[in-house]
Ligand binder design. Structure first.
Ligand SMILES: C[S@@+](CC[C@H](N)C(=O)[O-])C[C@H]1O[C@@H](n2cnc3c(N)ncnc32)[C@H](O)[C@@H]1O
Length: 217
């Protein structure tokens, strides 16, 4: 399957309702939600672009929010790719909403720092991809350390980690540190072209094959 064909478009009503809900959660927990709008389907497509996924592979999503990236995964599943899925979301309202909307998917209410435990409790294999919707850049370095230590544990040795960062933050020290961290945690590192059709425009950071003894462990 060519993942580049998977651009999942949500019905307009769903998009508007998700945006309104997302904004309300942002007002309630600004630091945790860390964005005023959900990601666009164009950013979602870039997050999944070129992933070498096959039947039976496990995809773990960090911070699915209102499901902007989850929808892309469902699109792949509905096209016939039998992917396994675990989404870990800290916001109870969002987690409940996702579970109600996508009962065929497994959502865990909790912190991504506990991802290795949630994977072990479910007896899941190592993941082929970890798709992170977290605003990692805004997290303290110590929290990032824990998140990346978990990622390198739950990913398969040829697994792919994806996250995104907003273009307007590109020159900041925090964004540079995040790029450096992803680059130093994986055997291969790349950055996508800017995704202009997202508010704000963003780019995707991709790391393949975790370095298990890397500097972030
Ligand atoms: C920037 S929003 C992105 C939501 C969605 N992925 C998107 O791109 O539209 C970040 C999401 O991560 C969740 N989140 C933040 N920190 C988290 C953590 N430590 N563990 C699990 N979820 C977290 C937030 O509640 C929020 O839903």
């Amino acid at each position: 399957m060519n993942p580049r064909r998977a651009v999942a478009k949500a019905p307009l009503l769903e998009t508007v309702s998700d945006a309104a809900y997302f904004f309300r959660r942002f007002l309630k927990h600004p630091l945790q939600v860390a964005s005023v709008l959900p990601s666009s389907r164009f950013l979602a497509a870039a997050m999944f672009s070129g992933l070498p996924l096959a039947d039976g592979d496990l995809v773990i999503e960090f911070g699915p929010g209102t499901g902007a990236f989850t929808r892309e995964l469902l699109h792949l599943r509905r096209a016939g790719l039998r992917l396994r899925y675990l989404g870990i979301e800290r916001d109870a309202g969002m987690c409940q909403r996702l579970s109600a909307r996508y009962p065929e998917l497994d959502f865990q209410l909790g912190d991504v720092r506990d991802a290795p435990r949630h994977v072990a409790e479910r007896n899941l294999p190592q993941a082929k991809a970890v798709i992170s919707g977290l605003s990692l850049m805004l997290m303290p370095e110590s929290v990032q350390d824990e998140v990346f230590a978990g990622v390198t544990t739950i990913l398969a040795k040829d697994g792919v980690f994806r996250t995104f960062s907003y273009l307007n933050n590109y020159p900041t020290g925090a964004a540079a540190r995040l790029r450096k961290r992803v680059a130093s945690s994986f055997d291969h590192f790349s950055i996508s072209r800017p995704v202009i059709r997202n508010l704000p425009p963003a780019y995707v950071l991709s790391g393949t094959s975790p370095l298990r003894c890397g500097p972030s462990r």
